[in-house]
Design a protein around this ligand. Sequence first.
Ligand code: DQA
Length: 144
Amino acid sequence: MRYLKEITIINGPNLNLLGKREPKLYGNESMEKYLHVLKNKYFRSNCKLDYMQSNHEGTLIDFLHKKSTISIGIVLNAGAYTHTSLAIADAIRAIQIPVVEVHLTNVYSRSEIRHRSLISAVCKGSICGFGMKSYDLAIMSFLS
Ligand code: DQA
């Protein structure tokens, strides 16, 4: 099977614990399980989904650089780095492909420190508050 396009999903710190981490906020489903659902769904559109997660800022930046020459777009949940990382914002600014910011929770209904995103202004758009579906909506934004 030759895929026509690749979209990369990148998750930042602590998102490896989805399904176990604060389930009242983030739900009970693991990323691996939901990824399976997404891969099946987008396979039909000839779209390959690549996924990586890291708890390390530099590793996330290296991966953004790497994927910028391969994927048509990146779905990024930078976790808490959203609110702190100028370096990730600079990496998004430096690459040529669109990045969509994603959050499972509605960060604007949470504590004030989470209202500020250093990456929003350099992303194509932002989606938050729809749980795992936020990832699906972001992928759709690249395909429609
Ligand atoms: C999050 C929101 C961030 O504020 C938080 O630090 C996370 C998860 C979300 O998906 O809702 O780790 O990005």
